[in-house]
Design a protein around this ligand. Structure first.
Ligand code: ADP
Ligand code: MG
Length: 681
């Protein structure tokens, strides 16, 4: 019996050699062949000569004025010349090295020829004879496929044609009809036919749209089905926290949680309490209050008799978190332990002992937490801040230090929807999409380097009013190649300008952790008013009294990073300012600066970043874990992706086992594919 899984060998003209060539294109079965779509179409529709421009590829239609003639040139080269009458114009058409075409043109014939127009010579370099009187006009849109040396376009088209004729009835729709109607999608047979042989550009577009949706729909079906399956199969820790104690803890916080914070706290606690493994991503803009949410979750874990670990990417941040959490938990009799690379000697021994014995309830640290020497007593919750700063491997090691602890990842670089839906398809996502009350958005301006003096005067006013300021520079080492401000020179300049009245300090990545800590501490205590720094302050550090963030060579930073830096200010109640200094060299740079001045939403910025840099660039396509779609583009086709996700979700909500008749093909599709494999078809 015929099946779409038949090898392409069954097609006439496919022997071992051609089979190898097809295999190299990833085509093994009839199904593969039918879904091997063209990446573009050549427009072969006839154009009006009056509108054709030089070097344009067009199809022209005319009457042969005189029989074609052959001309020789060079050693073995031949060309066929034929003159065509188009309206009142006579043009020359030349085909190179195709002598057999001579017999195709006879005086008085009406023909259509595709080629490249040379306006100066008033001639067309013929590429293809589209139609003669004898032959009916072909499709106006010719599909162009990715091929290799061993197989030609024409051959592939022929194979697809014969496969389609013989097998199209076996193509079954997986997307239920009601959905196809709702989103005006072609059925799968139409879709395949129109992708390869569109009758019009409009039809090709509709087919493409339908194919994109289909690809995303199948992808979503796989990952969502897999996730639901896993949840019920995979047991994890059940953290029976002390609800009244957690409520009291929240009640005693110095502020009321925002609605968004309350919502995500509920989502997280709900997950922790269930006997399944929690794998949740908490995203929220800088300053939206993720730390306190993590603190509540960690406190809950402790009341359930477990330890909780918080891993952060830098020492400065670890220390700040440690200090804040120690203060926060002091009345609760919860012990917070710090472990970083700078905790050494006897201190380190004590720390390791506290962690292993369970004396430490909450452990805050850097990569130091995942060293072999670190063993936990009873690790129930792992929180990873700025999770994108850690590799998959590092996150896994920390997780494995417990027996399947619940995992909460946090990010202030909100992952664009695209990445969240695709890469993190198997992760639950909680979003804090609301800022604590009373926060004024940071006023952002973009200036050129020559406008700096005015802004320095402004900063002086801010400092005089009792506030503090950051001045950021992207590099510390002198670099001849890049004309960047050097942190040390910048520090000298700032010192010269502000030094008479205020204390200026320098913070950079080459300083020892001790030195950094000292500088940071004096800034926190307002002993330093202006801090010149490389991007070491990028993450986490909290100085509510700082109102100005000035960033030199801002065009050197990604949007997400700029947004992070900007988030360092505006943490108090006073109006804060972000001053971007940049002389961008190109349009993209200019656009990026403009976006920063207009947008304060990290979710929007990260999406823009993705669009401007492309999904391949943002984290490096391999690392990003973005699945490779054949036809859909998760960035430009994000709406289709979201629609497909929601549609699949709605179906699985009402019919989780896909037992209803209209879902039968979805069910069968899942039975046929290997859920864990990398391919989505
Ligand atoms: P994030 O880690 O998301 O960037 P933080 O957790 O550091 O943000 O919070 C930023 C600041 O806002 C902190 O000083 C924190 O104490 C404060 N904060 C958090 N939640 C609230 C709230 N609901 N109301 C007022 N202030 C809050
Ligand atoms: Mg934070």
């Amino acid at each position: 019996m015929e099946s779409l899984q038949d090898s392409v060998m069954v097609l006439p003209g496919v022997g071992p050699k051609r089979l190898t060539a097809l295999n190299q294109l990833g085509i093994n079965t009839i199904y593969d062949l039918l879904f091997y779509f063209p990446f573009r179409y050549e427009d072969l529709s006839v154009k009006d000569l009056a509108n054709v421009i030089d070097q344009e590829k067009v199809t022209l239609k005319g009457t042969v004025v005189a029989d074609a003639v052959i001309a020789r040139f060079g050693a073995h080269k031949i060309r066929v010349n034929v003159r065509l009458l188009i309206g009142h114009d006579v043009i020359m058409v030349t085909f190179f090295n195709q002598p057999w075409l001579k017999d195709k043109f006879h005086t008085g014939d009406e023909v259509a020829v595709y080629g490249k127009w040379d306006a100066k010579r008033h001639s067309l370099t013929g590429m293809k004879l589209i139609a003669t009187q004898a032959r009916a006009h072909q499709n106006e849109y010719e599909p162009i496929y990715t091929v290799n040396k061993a197989i030609r376009q024409q051959t592939l088209v022929q194979l697809i044609k014969s496969a389609y004729l013989k097998y199209h009835a076996l193509l079954k729709d997986i997307i239920p009809q009601t959905l196809r109607q709702r989103y005006r999608l072609m059925d799968v047979q139409q879709l395949v036919r129109a992708m390869h042989f569109p009758k019009s550009l409009q039809e090709a577009k509709l087919a493409h749209r339908s194919a994109v949706f289909r690809e995303f729909f199948l992808f979503q079906l796989r990952i969502q089905y897999l996730k639901r399956h896993n949840e019920t199969a995979q047991k994890g820790l059940q953290l029976n926290y002390d609800l009244p104690a957690v409520k009291a803890f929240i009640h005693h916080l110095p502020f009321e949680l925002t609605h968004a914070q309350k919502r995500v706290v509920n989502e997280i606690c709900h997950d922790m309490h269930r006997p399944y493994h929690m794998n949740r991503l908490l995203q929220g803009d800088v300053g939206s209050g993720k730390t306190v949410v993590a603190a509540i979750a960690m406190f809950a874990a402790v009341t359930a008799g477990y330890q909780a670990a918080l891993m952060v990417p830098t020492e400065v941040l670890a220390e700040q978190h440690w200090q804040n959490l120690s203060k926060l938990f002091a009345p609760e009799h919860v012990t917070v332990q710090l472990l970083t690379g700078t905790v050494t000697g006897k201190q380190r021994q004590t720390a390791l002992h506290n962690i292993a014995s369970g004396r430490a309830n909450i452990i805050v640290g850097t990569h130091a937490l995942i060293q072999d020497a670190v063993t936990f007593h009873k690790l129930g919750l792992v929180v990873i801040d700025e999770q994108h700063r850690f590799g998959v491997q590092q996150r896994r090691i920390l997780r494995e230090k417990g027996t399947d602890p619940d995992v909460l990842m946090m990010t202030a670089t909100p992952i664009p929807r695209t990445l969240a839906i695709t890469t993190y398809g198997e992760m639950d996502v909680s979003s804090i999409d609301e800022m604590p009350k009373g926060r004024l958005p940071v006023k952002t301006i973009w200036i050129r380097h020559n406008e700096v003096p005015q802004q320095l005067a402004f900063i002086r006013q801010q400092l005089a009013a009792g506030h503090q300021a950051f001045v950021i520079t992207p590099l510390i080492a002198e670099s001849e190649k890049l004309d960047l401000q050097n942190a040390e020179t910048l520090y000298q300049q700032m010192q010269a300008y502000f030094g008479d009245q205020f204390k200026v300090a320098l913070l950079h990545g080459q300083m020892s952790a001790d030195e950094k800590e000292k500088v940071m501490q004096s800034f926190v205590e307002n002993k330093v008013q202006l801090l010149v720094s490389t991007t070491v302050v990028e993450v986490g550090v909290d100085v509510p009294n700082a109102t100005v963030m000035m960033i030199y060579d801002a065009d050197r930073f990604g949007l997400a990073q700029l947004h992070q830096l900007r988030g360092r200010v505006g943490r108090g109640n006073a109006q804060a300012y972000c001053i971007l200094v940049a002389d961008p060299k190109n349009q993209t740079g200019i656009e990026r600066m403009q976006i920063m001045t207009k947008t304060h939403n990290g979710f929007v910025l990260s999406q823009k970043d993705l669009e401007m840099r492309g999904s391949g660039d943002i984290f490096g396509s391999r690392q990003s874990g973005l699945p490779e779609f054949k036809i859909g583009d998760p960035v430009t086709d994000i709406n289709a992706l979201v629609t497909a996700r929601d549609a699949v979700q709605a179906i699985l909500d009402t019919d989780p086992h896909l037992q209803q008749p209209q879902h039968r093909n979805m069910y069968q599709y899942l039975q046929h594919i290997d859920l864990m494999s990398g391919s989505f078809d």
